[in-house]
Design a binder for this molecule. Structure first.
Ligand SMILES: [Cu+2]
Length: 135
């Protein structure tokens, strides 16, 4: 895709930390060129995990989320799937990234996975107004 998209994840570690913190606070709309805010979630696949710990993603009902998934595992093919939210499984070759937007369902509990590396690469998606997840 474009250099703009790559620029968004340039400082990978910082970006990841920022996203996790923002998610923990349940507050992360970001204005973009379109009128509707889009929350951006950056996931780095490395050492057979997303962002090291497969963090739980707390999302709000109906919001638009842009996933940026980067493969930082040399020589390992990963993919990203959001079963129940998006029917596509997107391959993420080593050293590359994919970005796509999805509309969050109105409620429920979902997960994001790398189908090649289940059960290790799997994290929870929780949708709710308060948005942070104790099981
Ligand atoms: Cu994988």
């Amino acid at each position: 895709m474009s250099t703009t998209e790559r620029g968004l994840v340039g400082g990978t570690t910082l970006a990841v930390v920022a996203v996790v913190v923002v998610l923990a606070l349940g507050e992360s709309t970001r204005s973009r060129s379109a009128s509707e805010p889009v929350r951006e979630i950056v996931l780095s696949a490395r050492d057979v995990a997303f962002n090291e710990v497969n963090p739980t993603l707390a999302l709000r009902p109906g919001e638009l989320v842009r996933f940026v998934v980067r493969n930082d595992d040399p020589g390992v093919l990963h993919s990203i799937a959001l079963p129940g939210i998006d029917s596509r499984v997107r391959l993420v070759p080593p050293g590359e990234e994919v970005a796509f937007e999805v509309r969050v369902p109105e409620g429920g509990r979902f997960e994001y996975t790398c189908p090649q590396h289940l059960p290790k690469m799997r994290g929870r998606i929780e949708i709710g107004a308060s948005g942070h997840g104790q099981p």
